[in-house]
Ligand binder design. Structure first.
Ligand code: PLP
Length: 400
């Protein structure tokens, strides 16, 4: 045994892993599809089996809040795609985010977050965590000196999205992770916009990756789920808290996620090229004031994005040359994308952050956190790029 040498094996690509990753062979009843194990609890043959389970001598499930076989296969698939040690699924992306942060923080500790981020994450940090005596510092995305300066003896976590929502800022993950390691602070990346197809933050040294699987991973706008991925040790700590707080994924949602991921790599490839085409069209349009897409050479982190990403994602944010109403008119004049919150599915979605996620704020309050009235966020689906471009072109023509 000792001198047996394993032949080197090329790691499998994202399409193969999307289709086959994490799936046992054979499955129960020789089913090709992963069965939905729709049960709340799991039976034990006798007291001895129960004792063996609690003593860790056998590997099996016990109760739905601690795991379900369908969930475990979905987790194994994501583990393979992300190149992680372990994965834990949740009922939503926010359940993943909040449970992970509650597991890593306690009263008197401190977290540093970059400034462009999902609205509910901002609220959780600045309102909820604050109530539990956890302090939060916000630093500009891309300012690594400010990030390092913000670290205190009580800091436990550095958190950022990459790319960020809605401005598509891209973090230098290697640099971010190195700052965390230097100060013995855990680094967490919300990689919902990137997905493991475009970037695998763990490979750049990040400790924990979080996804809203509602978006690209599910990919069909028909499920809510969230995931955290990292080493066994760190994911286990989060799992312990999830067993108490209970934001678990439903077996049916786990099944839909497995099914959605089958086409994940194909969809991402298409969404990357569609978004690039749309971004290039917008960048050359006289009615557009700015385009925020990491695939454009004019994007301020284009070089970083090129170095660490396979593709630049399916979200294009842009500013029209006009006010709140002009942007709303463009949104309303589009005929292919649906007007809806969310992103990442096969259907294109369009929204104006000022009138969607940030509606309850005044223009001044929005500007303070960088949300401009004329900003539009376009989540590009898998339709034909020339149809999406023609549709947007007529919407702009009808507005101006
Ligand atoms: C949607 C989203 C979330 C929240 O995920 P849900 O599944 O909606 O709870 C978190 N972060 C980012 C970047 C998102 O886009």
């Amino acid at each position: 045994m000792a001198d047996r040498v394993e032949p080197p094996r090329k790691p499998m690509g994202p399409s193969t892993l999307s289709v086959h990753g994490g799936e046992p062979r054979p499955k129960p009843a020789n089913s090709l599809a992963t069965p939905i194990v729709q049960t709340a609890t799991f039976t034990f043959a006798n007291t001895q089996e129960l004792k063996d389970h609690f003593d860790g001598k056998i590997d099996r499930v016990e109760y739905g809040r601690y795991g379900n076989p369908t969930q475990k296969i979905a987790e194994a698939k994501l583990t393979a795609l992300e190149g992680a040690g372990d994965c834990l699924l949740f009922s939503s992306g926010m359940a993943a985010m909040t449970t992970a942060l509650f597991a890593m923080l306690s009263r008197g500790t401190h977290i540093v977050v970059t400034d462009d981020s999902y609205r509910r994450t901002r609220q959780f940090l600045n309102q909820t965590l604050h109530r539990y005596g956890i302090e939060v510092s916000t630093v500009p995305a891309g300012d690594y000196e400010a990030l390092e300066d913000a670290i205190r003896p009580t800091t436990r976590v550095l958190l950022s999205e990459s790319p960020t929502n809605p401005y598509n800022r891209v973090l230098d993950l290697e640099r971010f992770a190195a700052i965390g390691r230097k100060h013995r602070v855990k680094t967490v990346i919300d990689a919902t916009f990137a997905t493991p197809y475009n970037v695998r933050p763990l490979e750049w040294g990040v400790d924990l990756v979080m996804h809203s699987a509602t978006k690209y991973l599910g990919g069909h706008n028909d499920l809510l789920a969230g995931a955290v991925l990292g080493s066994r040790e760190i994911v286990d700590a989060v799992r312990g808290l999830q067993g108490i707080t209970g934001a678990i994924v439903d077996p049916f949602a786990a099944y839909l996620l497995i099914r959605g991921i089958k086409t994940f790599a194909l969809r991402m490839e298409r969404q990357n090229t569609n978004a690039q085409a749309l971004a290039e069209f917008l960048a050359g349009h006289p009615r557009i004031a700015a385009v925020h897409y990491p695939g454009l050479a004019t994007h301020r982190e284009h070089d970083v994005a090129k170095r660490q990403m396979r593709g630049f994602g399916g979200v294009v944010s842009f500013e029209v040359r006009g006010d709140l109403d002009a942007a709303a008119h463009v949104v309303d004049a589009c005929t292919i994308p649906h007007l809806a919150v969310s992103l990442g599915g096969v259907e294109s979605l369009i929204e104006q952050p000022a009138i969607m996620s940030f509606y309850e704020l005044t223009t001044e309050e929005r500007l303070e956190i960088g949300i401009k009235d004329n900003l539009i966020r376009y989540s590009v689906g898998i339709e034909d790029a020339d149809d999406l471009i023609a549709d947007l072109a007529q919407a702009l023509d009808r507005t101006f």
